[in-house]
Structures are given as C-alpha cells and as structure tokens.
Design a protein around this ligand. Structure first.
Ligand SMILES: Nc1nc2c(c(=O)[nH]1)N[C@H]1C(S)=C(S)[C@@H](COP(=O)(O)OP(=O)(O)OC[C@H]3O[C@@H](n4cnc5c(=O)[nH]c(N)nc54)[C@H](O)[C@@H]3O)O[C@H]1N2
Ligand SMILES: Nc1nc2c(c(=O)[nH]1)N[C@H]1C(S)=C(S)[C@@H](COP(=O)(O)OP(=O)(O)OC[C@H]3O[C@@H](n4cnc5c(=O)[nH]c(N)nc54)[C@H](O)[C@@H]3O)O[C@H]1N2
Ligand code: SF4
Ligand SMILES: [Mo]
Length: 663
C-alpha cells in the first residue's frame, strides 16, 4: 500500500506547537517529519517530536480500560469500556442522589494535550451542571498578571522577528533546552552581528552561547532591572518622550529609583557585580533594537510578577517597546480569541446552586480536601500528572477521602497508579484537533492519521460515550451533544472573525497548511498606554534573605528530553538513571563531605528524596538543582506559601542536603 501523509500538530505544552507530517503505511505511523509550511517550526521537530513513533507504539502505553482493586494494590484487571462507563456513571448518579447536586464530582486537568478539542473534559463536566472544577494555571500566571499590568492585555512579540534584533536579552529563559526552534532565530540574529545576554542563576546550555552571562541570585531580577534603569536614566539616555507621553506611572517610577534604590543595594541583593551591571546598561543604551524576553523561569517565585513588570519597564525606559525587532517576549493567550465551545459549553442550571465550585489548581489536593457540604468524592484526572503539583504529599490524603478516582492517560503514570480506573487515551495521531500556539502565532490542524492504539479513545470520544451512559442511567443527567463529530467542533471554532484574523477562508484550506495570525490585526505592535512598574516600598524590602549556610534554594527547571513527567520511559530519549541526579556546587559538596556520584539526601520538613550527587562547578553555592517527576518526585519537597493567587512558586522552596545514610 502507498504511503499516505497527514497533517498533525505537536500538542505538548511547549513553545513550538510544531507542524508535523505523519507518514502512514498500512494504518501504521512509520515516520514523522516537520511540516515545512509551518512558518515557525519550518520543517523541523525536536528530538521528542522525532520520537513520536516510539511514543505511539511503546509497549508501556495503556491498551485497555482497567480497574484496580483495592486502589494502589497493583491488582489491575482489564475491563470493557462499557463496564468502566457503568461504574463511573453509576457513581456520579448515586452521588447526585446522595447530595442533591453534582458538586461531589470533580476533575483536575492540565497540560498533557493543549488542543482545543481537549476541552472535552471541561465540556463533559459542564454538561452535568454545577460540579467541582480547577481554576488557575500553575505555569504562567504570575507573569500573565505582570503582562496585563504593563500592557493592559496579554502581550508577546512575534518570535520570528527576534532574528532581526541587534541585542537579545534573556531573563530566566533557557531556549536551548525548552524552546529549541527559537535558537534558530537567535543564531540568525547573531550571524548578523547581534549580541546575546543571558541572565540566569544557572549557567545553562543557553548561557554557554551568550556574549554576556550574568549569574543572578534567584528571585532578585526586579532589582537588577531597576538598577540598570537607574544607570540608564542617570546617563540621560532614556527614552524620555515615550516615557512622558505614552506611559502611566513614569514619575512615580523615576522618583522611586532616585529616592529609594541604591546601586550598592542592587549589587548586594542580586549578587551581580557593578562591572556587569554597567556592561549591561551600556549595551541597553548603545544598541537598538533590543528584544527582551521575560522568561517563565523568573516568575516561579514570589517576586516573579514584580520582576516581569520591572523588566518590561526597562524595555520602556530604553525605548525598545513597540519598535520593529525590539519588543517584549513572554507568551500569549490567543486561544482566548476562539469560541472554545467545549470549554464554554453551558450545562443545565441547578435550582439552588448558581455555579460550579472552584478549586485553585496551584494547591488542588489540599484545597479539595477541605471541601465540605458536600465533600469531593469522585475525581476525574486527565492530561495531568500529579507529580507535577506542588504539595505533592497532600494528594495521598485527598485520595484516601475519595470514593472513585479515574485517570485518563496514555501511560501508567504515578497518578494512574493511584487510581481505581484508568482509561487509555488516544495519541494526537489517533484523533482530530485544532491547535493554537502560545508563543508563535500559527494555527494548525491535527488530522486523524492512524487508528487508535488497541482500545484507546480520545478525551472527546470518552466525553461523548459517558454522556450516553449517564443519560441511560438517569435521563437528562447530561446535556453534552454526544452526536456532534470532532470535525463539527473544529468548524465551530473557525468563526468568520477567526478566519479573518488568520487569513483563510475555510476548514478545507486549513487542512492544506498552517496559517499565521495577521500581524496587522491584533499582534503586539498596536500601541497602547504602557504602565510602569510601581514598586511597593514595603514589599521591596522583602529581599531574598538567602545567606544561611547549608540552606539551599531548590531549582527544578525543565529537561531537554522530557516534557515535565512525559517521555521518561521512552528508550530513544531517556535512561532511568538520569532522574535521580542532584546537582550541587563544589563548595556545597566540600562543606558537606560529598563526592561526585555519591548517594545523597535532599530534605526539608516535607520529606526527603535520595539521589546521586553531581558536582557542578558553575552552580551558585546556594542552589540545588534536581529533575522533575520520576519514581520519587521532587515535588514532595515543594510546598508554597499562602500568598498564591493561583500562581505556583515552585522555586521558593528551601532544602538541606546530607550524605545518604548507609542502608
Ligand atoms: N524540553 C522541554 N521543553 C519545555 C518543557 C519541558 O518540560 N521540556 N516545558 C514547557 C513549559 S510548560 C514551560 S512553562 C517552558 C519553560 O521554559 P523556560 O522558562 O525556558 O524554562 P525553565 O526551565 O522553567 O526556566 C528557565 C530558566 O529560569 C531560570 N531561573 C529560575 N529562577 C530564576 C530567577 O529568579 N531569575 C532568573 N533570571 N532566572 C531564573 C532557571 O535556572 C532556568 O534556566 O518550557 C516549555 N518547554
Ligand atoms: N518542581 C517543578 N514542578 C513543576 C514545574 C517546575 O518547573 N518544577 N513546572 C510546572 C509547569 S511549568 C507545568 S506546565 C506543569 C505541567 O503539569 P502537567 O500538565 O500535569 O504535566 P505533564 O507531566 O506534562 O503531564 C501531563 C499528563 O497528560 C498526559 N497526556 C498527554 N496527552 C494526553 C491526552 O491527550 N489525554 C489525556 N487524558 N492525557 C494526556 C501525559 O501522558 C501526562 O501524564 O508542571 C509544573 N510542575
Ligand atoms: S515538544 Fe515542542 S519542539 Fe518538540 S515537537 Fe513538540 S512542540 Fe515541537
Ligand atoms: Mo509550563
């Protein structure tokens, strides 16, 4: 049989949202290549993308619905889809009868697959009326608040334009690991003479490529940004007309720098030398256009939102906002332009409960455990691995309290292992979808290229089928439109406004190639008033205070060959021993009598994890670096403070180290 080629899109929570060409022979995915017509990924994938043939056919993939009894015992039994639906739907109906509403049923979902049709989970729960749902975003919320403060809306410049910048400043972003395609545009700029600055506490793979690397104490970026702005203003090289005419809060900002900020304090708190500070401020005043990237890494601490606001303001002070090849990079939320019909599906009203009960996703387990009247009793988990959640230990307590836990996933994750029922999810090659990026501005389709792996089903198909079962058991229980096909859901997203924004006229056209949002129609160049960072004097006094010997800040940034917990079991990408490696500085090793590749313990009041030491001579003495996920998840040690507002401060945790006790 001839080889057929389909259009797919990598749906991972990743900057690329890459266009894929899937080569299929006899119903089997035999190869994936990058789609050359995707204007951002330009015919390339990353290693994880090229490994999709292993991902799809891995023997570790879940094949059938399974029931574990008792939960956590490992005693799994294959069941049919109908049996699974019957157990789940009967429980939902019974809980409804017991409590008089569906508030005892809830879900937790995050970023396994970001395609728009994956809002099926939300749609399915909406269809039963008020229930319990997660709100917030554990990844990017602090920065989102800051961008909205600065620009009055979400804002992120066009990534391809970075290729024309003369100076690129990366604050807490590590694209050589997390955003490999962006490196192509950075290299292109450098070929034309641009300089690259990297500001990061860790000497990363990206930092290795930089002309200037600034090692900063974590959580102090706001001070560095203000300090540089002060030097720029002192040298009278600031963009005065822009600041006076197009910003709010300029005088207050300027007065704060004059009256309350000393360069000495900036150097002390940030750990950055005066020379480096001067060098960076010289670059900021002598070069234009400058692209500034406020990375996601800087906003994973309590001061992250302020830091991004301060970095944005530095771009304003130096006149680099709203100019070609300058601008400000973070991420955008253009998915909000779409109807998101599944997400916004309206369910039936309840006579006395006006809305669903919301649980902050940034501390879901602890918050859900507190719920009463009624308590949460059934939890549906999809596109989420709880190893990624801070306060991981709270999950054990919540699980004890739940009567039914259902996990939909492609693999037997730590979450699935703790569930009563697992349902095998289809991979994106086995379902239709529509994908919008959050970094670039391309929209692309995902075609069904191959039949499902064994009995796997898409989240949308599961929503459709469980609806039928619910209504069989209790007529009118759910109003989910079960007969609506995936393609109809996709077409519903492609409104005349969307087609105009992305310059295509029909679904059929989008099947041919990806389309980019028209830059004249709402991408960042439109000037609106910019709001300067307004430092709160009291809050600015709250410095890191991080100088206790033998107390370490735990940083757990992303890894090249995984997406959070995903892909760990793929042999093409990862070997099992990678996970337990714990990096520490030469001094930390020496003080604690630790040698290279020794068994060590990282611990705090939340617990301890054992790993193998790796001495990193470039690491600051106050930092421990560890991997996410794995068998013994590091997130056991991460417990954030109460000041959260839906954001998760993964990098504020303090840990201690010692040699592991002999067994
Ligand atoms: N390969 C791969 N790619 C990914 C992901 C993945 O898991 N694997 N995940 C995707 C997702 S969901 C996300 S959110 C993005 C994240 O993308 P990035 O933001 O690029 O990655 P992080 O590793 O979270 O953090 C970036 C850097 O911030 C630094 N950092 C930490 N604290 C501070 C600080 O206080 N100040 C400064 N200046 N730097 C600091 C860290 O040392 C790290 O090098 O990556 C996406 N891409
Ligand atoms: N310590 C520490 N923790 C962190 C971070 C950190 O920097 N440090 N980063 C945080 C960040 S930035 C993020 S974005 C979160 C990510 O948090 P999560 O989104 O929970 O992370 P993943 O590990 O990607 O887990 C997604 C799960 O969805 C499954 N999945 C994939 N596709 C589908 C599908 O189509 N359907 C269903 N039902 N399931 C599917 C995958 O197999 C995987 O098990 O982690 C956060 N956690
Ligand atoms: S993981 Fe990211 S870079 Fe790799 S193929 Fe998927 S979207 Fe592209
Ligand atoms: Mo993320």
């Amino acid at each position: 049989m001839k080889e057929a080629i389909y259009h797919n899109t990598c749906p991972r929570n990743c900057y690329g949202t890459c266009g894929i060409l899937s080569h299929v022979k006899n119903g089997k995915l035999i190869k994936v290549t990058g789609d050359p017509e995707h204007g951002y990924s330009k015919g390339k994938l990353c290693a994880k993308g090229y490994a999709f043939t292993e991902y799809v056919y891995s023997p570790n993939r879940l094949k059938y619905p399974m029931l574990q009894s008792p939960r956590g015992s490992g005693n799994w039994k294959r069941i049919s889809w109908d049996e699974a639906y019957t157990i789940i739907a009967s429980k939902m109906v019974e809980l409804n009868q017991r409590y008089g509403s569906n508030l005892a049923s809830g879900y937790n979902k995050y970023s396994g697959n970001l395609g728009l049709l994956h809002y099926a989970t939300e749609g399915m729960f909406n269809s039963i009326g008020p229930h319990t749902k997660p709100i917030g975003n554990p990844c990017a919320l602090s920065g989102k608040h800051a961008m909205n403060h600065s620009f009055g809306k979400n804002f992120s410049s066009i990534p391809e334009d970075m290729a024309g910048s003369k100076l690129i400043v990366l604050w807490g972003a590590n694209p050589a690991i997390t955003n490999v395609h962006q490196m192509k545009f950075i290299y292109e700029a450098r070929k034309k003479g641009a300089k690259l600055v990297v500001i990061d506490p860790v000497f990363t793979q990206t930092a290795k490529k930089a002309d200037l690397y600034i090692q900063i104490n974590p959580g102090t970026d706001r001070l560095l940004a203000l300090g540089i702005a002060k030097l720029v203003i002192n040298s009278k090289q600031h963009s005065i007309q822009f600041l006076e005419e197009q910003t709010e809060g300029w005088l207050e900002y300027k007065n704060y720098l004059e009256d309350h900020l000393t360069i000495k304090e900036v150097c002390k708190q940030t750990g950055v030398s005066l020379e480096a500070l001067k060098e960076l401020s010289d670059l900021y005043v002598t070069i234009k256009p400058i692209a500034t990237w406020a990375g996601l890494g800087i906003q994973r601490n309590k001061r992250g939102s302020d830091s991004i606001s301060a970095i944005n303001s530095l771009a304003a002070v130096t006149g680099n906002l709203f100019i070609p090849n300058g601008g400000l990079y973070y991420m955008h939320f253009d998915v909000e332009d779409f109807p998101c019909a599944l997400l916004n599906h309206q369910g039936p009203e309840h006579p006395s409960i006006p809305a669903s009960r919301e649980v902050d996703i940034s501390d879901y387990a602890a918050n859900a455990f507190q719920l009463s009247d009624p308590p949460l009793k059934l939890l549906w988990i999809a596109s989420r691995n709880i190893t990624q959640d801070q306060n991981f230990n709270a999950w054990a307590k919540l699980f004890q309290h739940l009567e039914l836990v259902v996990t939909v996933d492609l693999y037997m994750t730590k979450t699935a292992e703790r569930s009563d029922i697992v349902l095998p999810a289809a991979s994106h090659f086995e379902e239709e979808d529509l994908n919008v990026g959050y970094w670039h501005y391309w929209l692309s389709i995902n075609q069904k290229a191959i039949p499902p792996y064994y009995e796997a089903k898409s989240d949308l198909q599961i929503a459709r089928e469980i609806t039928i079962k619910l209504n069989e058991l209790s007529p009118g229980f759910s109003n989910f439109p079960a007969s609506k096909e995936p393609v109809d859901w996709i077409k519903e997203e492609l409104t005349p406004e969307i087609r105009d924004l992305y310059s295509f006229s029909s679904y059929e056209e989008l099947l041919q190639r990806p389309y980019q949002k028209d830059r004249t129609k709402g991408i960042p160049e439109d000037r609106n008033v910019f709001r300067m960072f307004t430092p709160d004097k009291k809050k600015m006094k709250d410095q890191t205070g991080f100088d206790k010997v033998n107390e370490f800040k735990l940083l757990t940034p992303q890894s090249l060959l995984k997406i959070h917990s995903q892909y760990a079991s793929l042999n093409w990408l990862n070997s099992p021993q990678d996970e337990s490696c714990i990096e520490l500085s030469s001094q930390a090793a020496q003080v604690n009598g630790i040698k290279e590749r020794e068994k060590i313990e990282v611990y705090n009041a939340q617990g301890k994890i054992v790993g193998v030491s790796k001495i990193n001579p470039h690491l600051p003495n106050t930092i421990i670096l560890a991997h996410q996920a794995g068998d013994n998840p590091i997130n056991q040690l991460i417990l954030q403070s109460n000041e959260q507002n839906g954001s998760t401060y993964f990098y504020d945790s303090v840990v201690y180290i010692r040699k592991a006790e002999a067994p």
